[in-house]
Design a protein around this ligand. Sequence first.
Ligand code: ATP
Ligand code: MG
Length: 556
Amino acid sequence: MSDTPDKPKHFIRQIIDGDLESGKHSRVGTRFPPEPNGFLHVGHAKAICLNFGLAQDYQGQCNLRFDDTNPAKEEERYAKAIEEDVHWLGFEWNGDIRHASDYFDQLYVFAKELIEKGLAYVDELSPEDIREYRGTFEVPGKNSPYRERPIKESLELFERMKAGEFEDGKMCLRAKINMASPNINMRDPVIYRIKHQHHHRTGDKWCIYPMYDFTHCISDALEGITHSLCTLEFEDHRPLYDWVLDNISIDCHPQQIEFSRLNLEHTVTSKRKLNQLVADGHVDGWDDPRMPTISGMRRRGFTPESIRDMCDRIGITKKVNTTEMGVLENCVREDLDKNAQRVMVVLDPVKVVITNYPDDKVEELTAPNHPKEDMGTRTIYMSKEVFIDRADFREEANKKYKRLVLGKSVRLRNSYVITATDVVKNEKGDILEIHCEYDPDTLGKNPEGQKPKGVIHWVSSSHSLPATVRLYDRLFNVPNPGSEENLVSTLNPESLKVIDGARVEMSLKTVAPETRFQFEREGYFCSDRYDCKEGSLVFNRTVTLRDSWAKIENKG
Ligand code: ATP
Ligand code: MG
């Protein structure tokens, strides 16, 4: 039984509980089987949390297995990235990493067993003819003329296929099931094809490669997997999964269970489409912070906890649905609200001169690192010249505007109350400086008889540092870009805005990469994993403080 009774009992947990109760199984074994042909995305995170999470909860094991039956070009790079992502999400696989290619010898023996039993045959139809003969949903398939060839002949040809005697596509091995089956997957599926291609792990040992449906179920069984969890598109493959295991000499028969995939609004969860964005240069690599890849989300500042939290919240069902981006964003907001230190950063600085502040004075003030949690304090510096955000000042404004207005007062966060007395402009009318007076008696208390309406963030001009801040927004403008004919036309042209002249407080001088903050009043930000270093500070916006898209969408 699971030792986490508080977790929701989704239907897969109910099946597992039943299997443990009935004695069908005494342990739980799951696996996560990515194909190393791209980086993992947020959809994979759902499958990872499910498989590794169940193993954790039931004190079982979850294997990481690379489905490398289809030799891919950049396999090694992708495999490394996948391992890193699984670890970063907080999971550890059981023992060594497995590879479908580890089982090529055994798979070959099982294929021969099927031939010997009269359950597989070597077909010489061309790939086009095989497709033609397969039929459609309405039309049953036709038997290949090679279907009834003698077992001995198939065995011999299969061995010669392995020996490299034939060209790609010249023949293949097919399971002999039923060409009239209503399930097209059961119409004598191809289980081995000739492919004269170098394999990253097995080198040139093989020129025939097993197909996914044949490989996957046997790999599961060889590893003693109890519950083989996959997404709904494999539902129609389940009869084949079972057929293969029922007809070979193996005494483990895992149960395949399907659940609905994660679809997320305003993004795509298909490696092929993500690959297109990378290859065509629409983003800056697989780990561009706008990408819904795990490494992209990491670089953007998402925490593993927030991604796991989202996976818990959406749950596991068989219902096809699409999750709003807001759900993921709220998970990271909640996490960072509680756990991220506050700092002050001015994104669009305008100079404020405090005319009655002593010229060379620099005061060290103490600021709390978090309004509620116990995260200590830090020193901030007050001086005669400070920067505030251009959007926090107006010459005139109505009562709703609770920031600095000419002739009015505002509090500088963790510092004094200032009153704007004058503005200096250039010929074009741009504001160059705002002149203010401060009230020295307002540190930590309000001035006599009046309470300033607003509090704004700021940094000292002499005691602050320049920084680059990347404001990320959603990569796509439409809720369901994956369904559009032209994916590229739905890209959000505003998905990245780079601010070069931001000013950050001194406490960020030696910030470590991948440190997350709330920039007060601006949002949650993370120091860039690769680009942020002392002397060249770079921060990525993870998420705004509030969901600005919800507002827009509700209005529309
Ligand atoms: P893609 O369509 O992006 O190429 P895939 O299913 O081909 O995805 P795999 O590497 O084969 O990618 O997937 C590994 C595992 O992750 C599979 O068990 C698959 O079912 C699961 N998975 C893939 N996409 C999702 C998703 N969007 N939601 C949940 N699970 C997913
Ligand atoms: Mg796949």
